[in-house]
Design a binder for this molecule. Sequence first.
Ligand code: FES
Ligand code: FES
Length: 196
Amino acid sequence: MASVSTAAAPALARAASDAPADARPERSDPRAPVTMVLNINGREHRVALDARTTLLDALREHLGLTGAKKGCDHGQCGACTVLLGRRRVLSCLTLTAVAQGHPVTTIEGLAKPDGELHPMQQAFIDHDAFQCGYCTPGQILSAVACVSEGHAGSDADIREYMSGNLCRCAAYPNIVAAVNQAKALMTTSVTGAGQP
Ligand code: FES
Ligand code: FES
């Protein structure tokens, strides 16, 4: 039995490859753009992108929202943090398609429409919680979520729940101070642009 199967396999493979091209089932091009509708900072955007495009690349390369930073592109630094609904996500590890149906908040959409800063943005300024600023958009969005999750009860909690956001300038003590200031002023809603 084994020798019959072995002998038959090449013949079957040959027959399949000899079939005319138009007789084979059509395959769609996996690189063909897919239309997606995104709600970012309270505005709807319709984009046509490769289905494999990350949310970070969609924001930075296709929508001109460069606040989220590409630090490592491997989920290790937190510089790309944005809010997806009420959750903080690493946009370098999030497919754009997954963001459909959820409001996305980036640092560009955190202040109120009249320009008034979010309490967390103001607190970062008040406490000088940055130096070069590269990590700051991700730190601020992560801090907003940290508070709304109820993980800012103590300095130790803040350090633990902000530990996914690295700062090469080591502004950590100032960041903890900023979160402590902002948490007293924040409501629990972080689901839309300009909402603390
Ligand atoms: Fe996403 Fe570093 S760029 S975690
Ligand atoms: Fe420079 Fe954080 S302020 S990396």
